[in-house]
Design a protein around this ligand. Structure first.
Ligand code: ZN
Length: 413
């Protein structure tokens, strides 16, 4: 049991009692003989972030192949380097990625990358939550389709170390994956009640190529292939037409806004306000660092708000409260995790921010400060599932994780 004493929450100073992995009680003057007391005077409590689309281990590609269009960037710079990856490297890259996530206030992420089995140990050791997905990409080669299905079966048979680490399946995109593999992976995920993840309509070229090949747009294609339901997560979803918005809404699928990656690769801007108004389940993600170039959900919120206002041509679009919710509660809800709010009964995933940090002064509107003014230096403590992962800016084992990461990068290049 932990009591977080004298902490700022929604304009009041309160105590927060955490019992096991949940918020047990929020009020004033809370006393529990057994509890460990943590004085949080001068700090505010906020929910942590849920990064709904990333490729965590891409950390080794930070700053690689700048200033290229998506297809050139993938073919010339990213895919050749990724071909050299090993499970051991993925383990070290995942740990380093999670280190950055914890520092920037993220305790849950949905990942799509190679050798997800090697990330399981990293996620477990770092103490965060993740849905790790095996990502299929067959490039329309039947022999590869078969191999990918075998690999996915193998991945799904693995035992996870705790409730915090979950499995799922991904297909890269409609321009790299066959109809057979997309349908098979979705069915495999559906049979086991797991999430299914894809990149969708990231660029206009993807939509044009899909129209030329299949005679329909990517969102409509997935709907016709029976891929859309409430456990399908669609990263990017930048270029959807009215019919696709209607189909995704009806299926209750989740869309993920990745505004920094989209702006950097000039893929377009998601009409976030319109999607929210239409009732889509909108969440937020950083994408991999190769196209971002960090995993900070604080940065992502700011750009999401600005991008949405620009796209809507309306300064009233993407209000601060709704952007903060998109980055926190909406993501946890999409992953089926009862976190993302500082509320009795919710899982104790939270951060304490320093109200004396210059970016949070004056504190007229803390959420506005977090969206538009803050950086990760505001975050002092991070908890996941009731356990402390960062205490007063200190994370256990940080130096070793950085050293191992640098060594693994050297060995790969
Ligand atoms: Zn991506």
């Amino acid at each position: 049991m932990i009591i977080v004493k004298n902490v700022y929450l929604n304009g009041q100073t309160v105590d927060v009692l955490i019992k096991g992995n949940r918020f047990e009680k929020i009020g004033t003057g809370i006393k529990e003989d057994e509890a460990q007391v943590m004085d949080a005077s001068g700090k505010a409590i906020l929910p942590t972030f849920c990064n709904m689309h990333t490729h965590a281990s891409m950390m080794f590609l930070r700053g690689v192949g700048e200033d290229l269009a998506l297809f050139d960037w993938l073919q010339k710079e990213i895919w050749p380097r990724e071909a050299k990856l090993t499970p051991e490297a993925i383990y070290y890259f995942s740990k380093f990625a999670i280190l950055e996530m914890i520092r920037t206030g993220t305790t849950a992420f949905l990942d799509m990358y190679f050798y997800p089995e090697a990330s399981i140990k990293a996620v477990d050791e770092m103490g965060v939550r993740s849905v790790l997905t095996y990502c299929g990409m067959d490039n329309f080669d039947e022999a590869k389709t078969k191999k990918e299905i075998e690999n996915a079966e193998k991945f799904l048979s693995l035992k996870m170390p705790s409730q915090k680490v979950q499995k799922g399946l991904s297909c890269h995109a409609v321009y790299t994956v066959s109809e057979k593999l997309i349908k098979t992976f979705k069915q495999m995920a559906r049979d086991e009640g797991l999430l299914f993840n894809m990149h969708l309509s990231e660029t206009k070229k993807e939509v044009e190529d899909c129209l030329a090949k299949y005679g329909k747009r990517p969102g409509k294609l997935l709907s016709d292939w029976n891929v859309l339901d409430e456990k399908t997560i669609l990263a990017h979803s930048v270029h959807l037409d009215d019919e696709e918005i209607r189909l995704i809404k009806k299926a209750k699928s989740v869309v993920v806004n990745n505004p920094i990656s989209n702006l950097k690769l000039n893929s377009g801007q998601m009409p976030l306000q319109r999607y929210s108004d239409e009732g889509l389940r909108v969440t937020l993600g950083t994408d991999g660092v190769a196209s971002n170039n960090n995993l900070s959900m604080i940065d992502e919120m700011k750009v999401a708000a600005l991008s949405a206002k620009s796209k809507a041509d309306d300064c009233l679009a993407a209000k601060v409260g709704s952007i903060f919710e998109v980055a926190t509660a909406n993501g946890f809800e999409a992953l089926g995790i009862n976190a993302g709010k500082i509320k009795e009964g919710y899982l104790a995933d939270f951060m304490l921010v320093d109200l004396n940090n210059f970016a949070l002064i004056p504190c007229e509107n803390l959420i506005s400060n977090m969206v538009y003014a803050a950086d990760s230096s505001c975050i002092k403590d991070v908890f996941c599932d009731g356990k402390c992962l960062m205490k007063n800016g200190h994370i256990n084992g940080e130096e070793e994780i950085i050293r191992d990461f640098k060594r693994a990068c050297k060995e790969l290049h």
